[in-house]
Design a protein around this ligand. Structure first.
Ligand SMILES: [Zn+2]
Length: 328
């Protein structure tokens, strides 16, 4: 019975990953052959007390996460899609430090980054998010799946934990003497935060940055997104900074430039198709070869690229749907 439930969960998870991250992840055989001993993410110490947890083979965690160990506590960045991965992350933190897990910062509302918030709240953490996220966690996450959402996923979204502390301004979180800076940024959802650890030159970017993975721009405003990515990748410290993206491996300033170029190319290609009077399927058909020539080797490209072209066309035409702030 337990095995049957586990298998059902895995199918359910796999369906979600296809939707959120694209088929490139689900195509990996690792998700079908379960290896209970292996972590669903790759844990790396990128600076003293600063760790990235990069989504493991097969996209089992659903996204990247990470954590910062300070003098008197731990701050986690994002909580994955799969609560089992969140529990595994907590277990890894417990091997490194007995200090309490005081905070989790959600970089945005998407379920692949907030799916384990309840587990962290139960472990004692305060969930910090952008002010808009609280109103979107249980509503906009439904929209993310469109009409392909299953009843089980609807129930799961309805029960997602809500953030405890919300902000539309930058925050400084002190872990004893260790400073963590939470900044509001623009482009991916309308409720995005990035988290930096100045003493370690590390920035957790959430889905503002995708490293060699085609992005999900369903909620994005590409025009401002490009500026945010270029800004992050060109500051005075950028060359020595380690960036943890929302999807894909640990990134450098060069990877951020590559991602901004991807978005720039997407916009330029759609703009020129518009200029030829193309729209809808005809636009996608005409634009795919050039986008494929430039970025066809990015993970999940086949799944996301046609969607990106349509969303980009909507943005250029001034009819892009983006999540709107709701009252508190
Ligand atoms: Zn994501």
């Amino acid at each position: 019975m337990r095995t049957a439930i586990k298998h059902a969960n895995r199918r359910f998870l796999r369906a979600a990953i296809v939707l959120i991250a694209g088929p490139g992840f689900a195509a990996c055989p690792a998700i079908a052959s379960s290896q209970p001993a292996a972590l669903p993410f790759e844990l790396t110490m990128i600076a003293p007390g600063v760790y990235s947890a990069i989504d493991g083979p097969g996209g089992k965690s659903g996204s990247n996460a990470g954590f910062v160990i300070g003098d008197d506590g731990v701050l986690v960045v994002d909580s994955f899609f799969d609560p089992e991965a969140t529990r595994a992350l907590i277990a890894e933190i417990r091997k490194l430090t007995p200090k309490p897990i005081r905070y989790v910062v959600n970089t945005h509302y998407h379920i692949d980054h907030v799916g384990g918030d309840a587990v962290l709240q139960q472990a004692g953490a305060v969930v910090i998010a952008h002010r808009n996220v609280r109103g979107w966690v249980r509503t906009e996450n439904l929209h993310l799946f469109g009409d392909r959402i299953t009843p089980a996923m609807k129930d799961r979204v309805a029960a997602l934990a809500l953030p405890d502390l919300t902000t539309d301004k930058d925050l400084t979180v002190w872990l004893g003497q260790r400073k963590v800076v939470v900044r509001t940024v623009h482009g991916h959802t309308g409720g995005d935060l990035v988290v930096s650890v100045p003493d370690a030159d590390v920035v957790f970017c959430g889905d503002i940055v995708w490293r060699h993975v085609s992005p999900n721009i369903i909620d994005g405003t590409v025009a401002t997104w490009i500026q945010t990515v270029r800004g992050l990748g060109s500051g005075p410290q950028a060359a020595q900074t380690t960036f943890v993206p929302g999807h894909g491996g640990i990134a450098t300033a060069k990877d951020l430039a590559d991602f901004a170029d991807y978005l720039d190319d997407l916009r330029a290609i759609v703009r020129s198709a518009h200029a030829k009077g193309l729209s809808g399927d005809a636009l996608v058909q005409a634009a795919m070869p050039e986008l494929t020539r430039k970025h066809g080797d990015w993970t999940a490209f086949a799944h996301f690229a046609p969607l990106e072209l349509r969303f980009m066309a909507d943005e250029l035409a001034g009819r892009k749907r983006t999540p709107q702030p709701v009252g508190e």
